[in-house]
Design a protein around this ligand. Structure first.
Ligand code: PMP
Length: 312
């Protein structure tokens, strides 16, 4: 190996290990080094995807719509009869503690509640102590160029879980439905997968909600279609209403998608990202639309004022 490459490799290893030892993870009331934060192989969160989670962002020491994320987390837990060892207030404290320990003003925060350690059977009653862990880190879901140029996505054969089997409103640790869809997108060499309902209506992407712009109207699949009620989705709908746009939650078809003026996705990690090609059809001549860009700009303003403030 050339000397220069060797030095580069060693300094990269040093950089990584420094970052690893520096990161603190909240695990069941304690802040631990990343390498010490461990969960049992008997935890049903791992064995069965039995648990719930949230993905949250903080912007310059403001945790965006934290109250809504906490509500959704506790609603998900209630739906699977999982009692959080922390109260909602305790959970907020634990999140802030994790951000402070990692000295993060801007972060992506992952909060997970697992069923806890049990035996090899399914019975959740055997899991006496649910586990809570919180990771606060940086995240860039897509490279910056996609925010400027827009994404290419496909509708995929994997249908979204039906409400009657496992409601997509529950943000559970079982994301295989979404991962199957994502694999199909990857196999087609596009960035994201749009899942349809059993009846073929538009539903949601593997980790994002979808919006269509038609004229001056904003359209998005209704929650009864079996989508996660996204917090970014709600924020965009609030912004559009304030700007006097007509907003409608509807049953939408692939034709609506192909004939839309603009399309974009929303999610905590992705934020607002334009879509310029779907199933090979170009949207808005393959360019991010103006309304999308205005809403994206307004969303960015909202992240400066709407949230839970903390100090480092
Ligand atoms: N749908 C799914 C399946 C998701 O995982 C996410 C990300 N949490 C979203 C939509 C977007 O929701 P939010 O805006 O609350 O992050």
């Amino acid at each position: 190996m050339a000397r220069y490459q060797k030095i580069k490799k060693i300094s990269k290893q040093r950089f990584n290990s420094a970052r690893e030892t520096g990161m603190k993870i909240y695990l069941n009331g304690r802040l631990l080094d990343k390498s010490d934060a461990k969960i049992s192989v008997f935890d049903h969160g791992l064995l069965y995807g039995d648990g719930v989670f949230e993905g949250i962002r903080s912007y310059n020491c403001l945790i965006f719509r934290l109250k809504d994320h906490i509500e959704r987390l506790y609603n998900s837990a209630a739906a699977i009869m999982l009692e959080s060892p922390l109260s909602k207030e305790g959970m907020v404290e634990a999140i802030v503690k994790t951000l402070k320990a990692n000295k993060l003003k801007d972060a992506y925060i992952r909060v997970v509640i697992t069923r806890g350690e049990g035996d090899l059977g399914l019975d959740p009653r055997k899991c006496k102590n649910p586990s809570i862990f919180i990771i606060a880190d940086k995240i860039a879901l897509y490279p910056e160029e996609f925010y400027k140029k827009g994404l290419e996505i496909n509708t995929v054969p994997t249908r979204r879980n039906i409400n009657e089997a496992l409601s997509p409103q529950i943000k559970s640790l079982n994301y295989l439905n979404n991962i199957m869809a994502k694999l199909e997108a990857i196999n087609c060499k596009v960035e994201e997968a749009l899942m349809l309902t059993q009846d073929g209506y538009l539903c949601e992407c593997s980790g994002d909600n979808i919006f269509l712009v038609k004229g001056s109207k904003l359209l998005t699949p209704q929650t009864s279609m079996g989508i996660l009620a996204g917090i970014t989705r709600a924020a965009i709908m609030d912004i559009a209403v304030k700007r006097n746009m007509a907003v409608s939650e509807a049953m939408l078809t692939r034709y609506d998608l192909f004939s839309a003026d603009e399309v974009f996705l929303t999610g905590t990690a992705a934020e607002i990202i334009p879509v310029v090609k779907i199933d090979g059809r170009r949207i808005n001549n393959g360019k991010p639309g103006n309304i999308t860009l205005v809403l994206k700009e307004e969303f960015s303003k909202l992240t400066k004022i709407d949230g839970y403030r903390y100090s480092l």
